[in-house]
Design a protein. Structure first.
Length: 331
């Protein structure tokens, strides 16, 4: 009788064929980013309960009828129009939450098959994907997806060079509506920073946040005078401190780096005028303070699965572009 020498199935050996794999009870996100500007704006979101669009009354000039007078001379009492209205459309963002019922069945076995809850994990990934889209659109010009994208900073801090109309008001016609915009076409410097900052300010009304790329932020860091210090560590050895701060400020205003910021850009912002406006309440589902709504899971009529959505309604508005600005083409 000959010895049977069958070849074992590929991928299994003496140990792995009879031993369970050890999977860590969490998922490590390789795509998750931080969203510094998005977090800041959403933390101060303005809630609006309705309306066909987002509107803001705008005063565009001083009254000119008044003046000095003497005695009982006749005073000018003519009516004078000094106001107009800017408006922005409601923009809608979504991310689908989709499950096959067989996946839910497989993930919830009775003998310990589940390592990570599928529903919870998918919900976390959907939230992060929506935040990624949101953070990207913060820097848009509002023309993406056939104009369905939010009106981002490229539009809110323009002067008509790239965007013709903002908030329904044409930049070319009304100079008082124009932001402080130009292409720097050079490396960033403290002098360039001061120039744009001064153009955006009026007395104590100043840009309180400057946002740029990580590369430009590092260039600013390199302009600081570095004080090298050596400290004695707990382990008995010396510790090196380069002396560079975690936060850079210019005249008291924070300079923030954001990896979503477009290359070569720097934005001078004033959150007195720059706001994220959100829908305060979805007609059917619960809405959180930042405007996010999660729908119920529903079963499609022709599929063996469940579908829900994470929704957001709102827009980014800048009610005084002239107090904000932008540098493009920073080398």
């Amino acid at each position: 009788m000959s010895l049977i020498t069958n070849t074992p199935a590929t991928g299994w050996d003496r140990v792995t064929s009879i031993t369970r794999s050890k999977v860590m009870p969490y998922v490590v996100h390789q795509t998750m980013n931080d969203y510094p500007l998005l977090k800041r704006l959403l933390s101060k979101a303005v809630k609006k309960s309705g309306g066909s669009r987002i509107e803001a009354p705008i005063t565009y000039k001083f009254k000119t009828q008044g003046g000095w007078y003497s005695g009982i001379e006749v005073l000018n009492a003519a009516l004078e129009n000094t106001r107009t209205r800017a408006y922005w459309s409601w923009k809608q963002l979504f991310e689908p939450l989709v499950f096959s019922n067989i996946e839910i069945f497989q993930n919830h076995g009775d003998s310990g098959e589940q390592i990570v809850d599928l529903l919870r994990q998918e919900a976390e990934e959907v939230k992060d994907s929506l935040r990624n889209n949101f953070a990207t659109s913060l820097y848009s010009d509002g023309t993406g997806d056939d104009g369905k994208e939010m009106d981002g900073l490229l539009a809110a801090t323009d002067d008509g060079s790239n965007v013709a109309t903002y908030g329904g008001i044409p930049f070319a016609t009304y100079a008082w509506w124009q932001a402080q915009y130009s292409a720097l076409s050079a490396a960033i410097s403290w002098a360039a920073l001061a120039t744009r900052y001064d153009e955006c300010k009026s007395g104590a009304d100043v840009p309180n946040l400057i946002v740029t790329t990580e590369e430009v932020w590092t260039d600013l860091e390199a302009l600081l005078e570095v004080a090298v210090r050596y400290n004695w560590g707990k382990n008995g050895g010396p510790q090196f401190d380069g002396g560079v701060p975690d936060t850079i400020r210019f005249r008291g205003s924070e300079i923030m780096s954001d990896e979503y910021c477009p290359s070569g850009r720097m934005f001078f912002l004033n959150d007195k005028y720059l706001k994220v406006v959100v829908a305060s309440k979805h007609p059917k589902y619960k809405t959180d303070p930042m405007g996010f709504t999660t729908t119920d899971l529903k079963e499609p009529s022709d599929q063996d699965g469940q579908v829900g959505f994470l929704l957001w309604w709102g827009n980014l508005i800048n009610t005084r572009p002239s107090r904000t600005g932008q540098y493009a083409s920073i080398s």
